[in-house]
Design a binder for this molecule. Structure first.
Ligand code: ATP
Ligand code: ZN
Length: 284
């Protein structure tokens, strides 16, 4: 049995739970108050925790692995193995200063005070750059600190920047980029390692599929070579004759981005009745 920690509620909860479901792992969601559930068709136990507690729980063995933001792992400063970047929960951690402050370089941070709930990451950055800047640790609503005279600047999570804007702040230094990751204790026993690699195999298949589409189109036979060259698939496409003389149905797997880049060219080359179909799982 492998124990996996997920965020109980918050920005990562929904997508973490959905990822497990997409991996074909079923569990009965025991309502808002259940802290521990067991999967019914995979040797997995799930703990629901505050995200801040997840890295240490994995490090001390209460959980074997978990889904958490890289920012939280860095702040807790624990040595975990990052097994897979999950492409959600993306954000950056930046220093922002009041719009009125004339900022030209890092050196403008000298002798300021910065409010943050990420003192460990900030301290490492200040030390690395020999900056004499003081840290004012607060646990929430960091962005209001300069406005109420609590600090000169802030260091916080930014995703769109709209919170900064509405508080009269501008982003001046990006110190870290973060996304949700599946991280584990580097010292798992062999049995647990095997379960984790089965879980990772499924996660890879789900994520791989999410970035690809199945494409079907009709093409005149004399355009097959041209159209195939516009579908940078991994293998050669599948071809089937249509009832209509001189035409074929061509099937392939493409990256969604490649499709949007080549759609005009496909049509110009003579492709018709193009269908793009989602793929549920994909094993490379
Ligand atoms: P908890 O109650 O579990 O302690 P929290 O309030 O600390 O939750 P959330 O706001 O749910 O945390 O954010 C969880 C994680 O989501 C962050 O640590 C970060 O990795 C990621 N994230 C992505 N975008 C944002 C954003 N705009 N603001 C905050 N966190 C974000
Ligand atoms: Zn938290």
């Amino acid at each position: 049995m492998l124990t996996l920690a997920l965020q109980k509620s918050g920005r990562l909860n929904k997508q973490s739970v959905q990822l497990l479901k997409d991996c074909g792992i079923s569990f009965i969601n025991g309502g808002n108050n259940a802290l521990k559930v067991t999967a019914t068709n995979f040797p997995l136990q799930i703990l629901f925790l505050r995200d801040d507690d997840i890295p240490e729980c994995i490090a001390d063995g209460a959980a074997d692995c978990g889904i958490v933001g890289e920012n939280v792992i860095a702040e807790k400063n624990v040595a975990l193995a990052v097994d897979k970047k999950l492409e959600f929960g993306k954000c950056r951690l930046s220093i922002a200063v009041p719009n009125a402050l004339n900022y030209t370089s890092q050196n403008d941070l000298q002798n300021l005070s910065i409010a943050t709930s990420y003192p460990v990451i900030l301290q490492a950055y200040l030390a690395k750059n020999n900056l004499n800047t003081s840290i004012h640790e607060i646990s929430g609503s960091v962005e209001i600190a300069p406005g109420i005279g609590m600090a000169d600047a802030i260091f916080d999570i930014v995703s769109t920047g709209s919170t900064l804007l509405s508080n009269g702040l501008k982003e001046v230094e990006t110190i870290m980029k973060s996304e949700a990751v599946l991280a584990s204790n580097p010292q798992l026993d062999q049995k647990k390692k095997e379960i984790l690699s089965k879980l990772l195999f499924r996660v890879n298949a789900v994520m791989h599929a999410a970035n690809h589409k199945y494409i079907l189109l009709n093409t005149p036979n004399d355009k097959i070579a041209k159209i195939s060259s516009l579908l940078p698939g991994r293998k050669s496409p599948t071809l089937m004759p249509l009832a209509k003389e001189g035409w074929s149905s061509l099937h392939s797997v493409i990256k969604e981005d490649d499709f949007w880049q080549n759609i005009e060219k496909l049509k110009e080359a003579g492709a018709e009745n193009i269908l793009i179909i989602p793929i549920e799982k994909m094993i490379a």
